[in-house]
Design a protein around this ligand. Structure first.
Ligand code: SF4
Ligand code: SF4
Length: 466
């Protein structure tokens, strides 16, 4: 590969012919931040389904009953607005972070990166560091090789099953996942899961195993669209891990303790390539494969320390700083636009959440008996009132109407008790004397109030006295 131009950070196309990558594990300032971030997120993923709130799993997307619990908030399919808003806010946050700090999501937080890292650690634990793993791949098949491979596959399978079980727990609930057992032949315990849980378990176990054991960087390079978007989102002031070719070139090996005038600071040790989880050479410029994990940065700093050169031959920088030798601009229009959009979006969602009444009422005319006349000559209109208790506690509701004089509500229930999350279709009638209320369509408002006076909801409809 020729040395890159000093006037521009070159952008390289993907090399799809690469063999399996065995990165060397490295340590350093950014790797410690990265590991902290990855293990913290992993910890959250594993622990969150076990947290209880108000006697129930705190985060539970209970798809079969269509109730979605997030601590004190219960969402229903009708609350799609909040779910959609969450994804829109997450997408804009990702765009904003990318404009400012590049692919920090890929390097520090993406599940693909985290699980690939974990699976590679298993290989390192069983076989050894990079050189041993490369050698191991080339070795002929022996009993010891088969045993080591079997051990790796077994641990990977356990990790994939644990991942799938945790993931499905967010939907099926930990209670169903871990406490429903049957036995085969009265001896061997076996999970007593419904078929959809088995199918989900199979899909997520397979996906985790395939992604982390085999797909790895292939997923980032060829399948994930985010890596491809980056060139659109990056600008000259986006933070990127970059090699300082002005300082490093011409690269070349040298005797220890010397610094020949005809050479730059890159001693051609290849450590930056060996530690790269996607197997690229950062010295070739900006590449789609680079997940900005900063492993090359930490490895190169360690080398610089050893040879007595200043750190930062590979560093977090911007194109403006590195190529044009100018100060980076942190406040720029695109970033300001993202901040503005996010502020508005978060404000609207927060207001909607704050304003949300956890009580829903829907009114529809009873198709079977829309309007009729009773024995006393009164007009009777029938309705079905659907009341949904969206709180996480049992509530008792009473129903009333606001309407013109002469109209009254007939219902067979004084009050309606509803369990948390329960819906009920209550048939009711509105009765009116046509001589008092007149002819035509008369507006009626149905009110539902919790007996303790905390919640109120209403819906308008019409009374037809023709
Ligand atoms: S680690 Fe640093 S010195 Fe070694 S090859 Fe990479 S850029 Fe050059
Ligand atoms: S080039 Fe450096 S920052 Fe990019 S993926 Fe490889 S090691 Fe990570």
């Amino acid at each position: 590969m020729s040395a890159p131009s000093p006037n521009k950070i070159p952008v390289h196309e993907v090399d799809a012919t690469k063999k399996r990558i065995h990165p060397r594990f490295t340590d350093g300032f950014y790797q410690r931040i990265r590991l902290f971030s990855m293990y913290f997120l992993l910890f959250l993923f594993l622990v969150l389904p076990w947290i209880r709130y108000d006697g129930r799993q705190a985060i539970w997307f209970d798809v079969p009953s269509q109730h979605y619990y997030i601590f004190g908030l219960t969402l229903f399919p009708q609350d799609f607005f909040f779910v959609a808003s969450f994804f829109i806010i997450a997408a804009f946050t990702l765009f904003m972070v990318t404009v400012y700090a590049g692919r920090v999501w890929c390097g520090y937080a993406c599940p693909q990166t985290i699980w690939t890292h974990l699976f590679q650690h298993v290989e390192k634990w069983v076989i050894g560091d990079r050189n041993k793993r490369i050698k191991f791949d080339k070795q002929p098949v022996t009993a010891s090789k088969v045993a080591k491979k079997a051990l790796i596959y077994f641990i990977w399978a356990l990790m994939a099953i644990l991942t799938a079980t945790t993931f499905v727990s967010y939907v099926a609930g930990t209670e169903l996942m871990y406490t429903s057992w049957q036995s085969i032949g009265g001896i061997i315990p076996f999970p007593d899961w419904p078929s959809w849980v088995w199918v989900s378990m199979f899909i997520f176990t397979f996906a985790t195993y395939a992604n982390a054991a085999y797909m790895r960087e292939f997923m980032c390079i060829h399948i994930c669209p985010y890596g491809r978007f980056q060139s659109v989102m990056f600008d000259k002031d986006t933070l990127i891990v970059s090699y300082d070719y002005n300082r490093g070139e011409p690269r070349g090996p040298r005797k220890k303790g010397t610094n020949p005038d005809h050479l730059g600071d890159c001693i051609q040790c290849s450590m930056c390539v060996q530690v790269c989880p996607t197997g690229i050479d950062i010295r070739d410029g900006l590449q789609v494969e680079c997940i900005q994990c900063a492993a090359c940065l930490d490895a190169c700093n360690e080398i610089m320390d050893k040879v007595g050169y200043p750190r930062g031959l590979i560093r977090y920088t911007t194109e403006r700083q590195l190529v044009e030798n100018e100060q980076s601009r942190y406040l720029r229009p695109r970033l300001a636009a993202y901040v503005l959009i996010l502020t508005v979006l978060i404000g609207v969602v927060a207001y909607a959440l704050f304003d949300r009444v956890p009580l829903q009422i829907d009114v529809r005319g009873d198709r079977n008996q829309l309007s009729s006349t009773n024995a006393e000559g009164q007009v009777v209109n029938s309705y079905i009132i659907k009341i949904t208790n969206k709180t996480q506690q049992r509530q008792e509701y009473k129903l009333s109407i606001s309407a013109a004089e002469g109209l009254s509500l007939r219902t067979r229930m004084e009050t309606l008790p509803l369990a948390a999350g329960q819906s009920y279709d209550l048939p009711v009638s509105v009765v009116g004397d046509p001589k008092v209320v007149g002819k035509g369509e008369i507006p009626v408002t149905f009110n539902v109030d919790s007996v303790d006076g905390t919640y109120h909801a209403s819906r308008s409809n019409v009374f037809n006295s023709n």
